[in-house]
Design a protein. Structure first.
Length: 435
């Protein structure tokens, strides 16, 4: 019971409630007795001026009792404070101790608790970073043909290359970064369960996958709706879940015109929500467990591509050569921007969408009208790690690439207009989401 009450005392909203209650309680303890005493004294003047001894005697007796009661009430905070400080176990925090604390003590205790938690989180992160760094070091030593390096020498070598010497620099266990040409195989047919548009032109109702993300077992992707002879940028479409290993489509949810163009989708695994960008700095929220639309949240910017990075519990968007980072605020029900990072050597000019392998960010830069068709990999600190061209295997799914993501096995997938493709000649970091 006491541990539960202690936990309540550590809640900021309990502190706020206590501050309000204490204010009213203390005001009542002083104002009410003062009113009683003043009114009682005033009533004494009536029998005094009337000259009746009996009335004066009775009024005086009642008045004394009221004054004593008023003084008792006025002393109540002091009495309670004495009782709690002297007759409760000093090693245990009783719930009423929250009430007994001064406002300053409450704030200081909460601040100390937050600082303690932040310090514990920082040490845990340092420990995890050191573990990842040592794994990367061991992998590097195994493939070295030149002289071996000590761990400290190796960290210094990384620092000289501009990489963090004390952490994994967002690169995690993937230490071999290079450029190349991607070879792919289509693994998810996004055109199944796609009824006729009803427009008499023989087209399906949905077309052109615009973006995709990974939810631990499924790929979740968004398709625009056909409207007339072209795909619409304002009529919405559908969001679908398909099993990545079997390619089987599990469920689709239609999104109306309020969903706008189908660009930008991410999976916030901390909240269990699939997020799709909509117009006006909004996000449509889908509950991943039930695969159903739940409503909207807000974000301070508008992005074509978004990705949720589990490692840092943040939503990331790209805008004009910068990564924009957002944290979810449960009070305002919004994703609020907290930092930006410049991307080194940024040369993309037709960004379709972004994705993640849980550690780094993929930027898909391609367009049917642009000769540049490449996938860039950046660390979360903005360091350019790789650039890959789109090569063979794209014939059946179009050579335009909308976004990229990795799975729990480190496989890289590309979202293309006519399907989801698995990359055969690339290994990514393992994203690490629960299946």
């Amino acid at each position: 019971m006491e541990s539960y009450l202690l936990a309540l005392c550590d809640k900021s909203y309990i502190v706020q409630i206590m501050l309000i209650v204490k204010t009213f309680f203390k005001l009542a303890c002083y104002i009410i007795p003062a009113i009683v005493i003043i009114t009682t004294i005033a009533k004494l003047f009536n029998p005094i001026t009337s000259g009746k001894d009996e009335d004066l005697k009775d009024t005086f007796k009642v008045g004394v009792r009221k004054i004593i009661a008023g003084l008792v009430v006025m002393m109540l905070p002091t009495v309670l404070s004495y009782v709690f400080n002297n007759f409760t176990n000093g090693d245990k925090l009783d719930f009423l101790t929250c009430f007994n604390e001064s406002s300053k003590e409450m704030v200081e205790r909460l601040k100390a608790k937050e600082e303690s938690e932040e310090e514990a989180e920082r040490k845990a992160k340092e420990k995890e970073d050191e573990k990842l760094l040592k794994a990367a070091y061991e992998a590097d030593q195994k493939k070295r043909t030149s002289a071996k390096k000590t761990f400290e020498e190796w960290k210094k070598e990384r620092a000289n290359r501009g990489e963090s010497a004390g952490a994994a620099n967002s690169v995690s266990d993937k230490t071999d970064y290079s450029n190349g040409t991607l070879n792919v195989t289509k693994v998810v047919d996004t055109n199944i369960n796609n009824p006729d548009s009803g427009l008499g032109d023989g087209r399906n109702r949905y077309r052109a996958v615009q973006t995709a993300a990974y939810t631990g077992k499924y790929t979740v992707y968004a398709q625009n709706k056909n409207y007339g002879s072209i795909e619409s940028s304002s009529k919405g479409g559908r969001v679908c879940w398909s099993d990545l290993k079997t390619g089987q489509q599990v469920k689709c949810v239609e999104v109306g015109a309020e969903g706008g163009h189908m660009d930008g989708i991410a999976y916030d695994n901390d909240r269990g929500m699939v997020l799709k960008t909509a117009s006006g700095g909004r996000l449509i929220e889908f509950d991943n467990a039930s695969m159903s639309m739940k409503g909207y949240s807000k974000m301070s910017g508008s992005h074509t591509g978004i990705a949720y990075v589990p490692k840092i519990h943040s939503l990331v968007g790209e805008d004009d050569g910068k990564l924009i980072f957002y944290k979810y605020n449960s009070s305002t029900k919004a994703y609020e921007q907290y930092k930006t990072v410049n991307l080194e050597g940024y040369e993309a000019n037709a960004v379709q969408g972004i994705g993640t392998d849980g550690t780094n960010i993929f930027i898909a830069d391609s367009s049917p009208w642009d000769s540049k068709k490449a996938l860039y990999t950046y660390s979360l600190e903005g360091k350019k790690l790789e650039k890959h061209d789109f090569g063979s295997g794209f014939g059946s799914i179009s050579d335009e690439v909308e976004s990229a993501f990795a799975d729990n096995d480190g496989n890289l997938y590309l979202a293309c207009p006519q399907g989801i493709a698995k990359v055969n000649n690339y290994r990514a970091n393992k994203i690490g989401l629960p299946a």
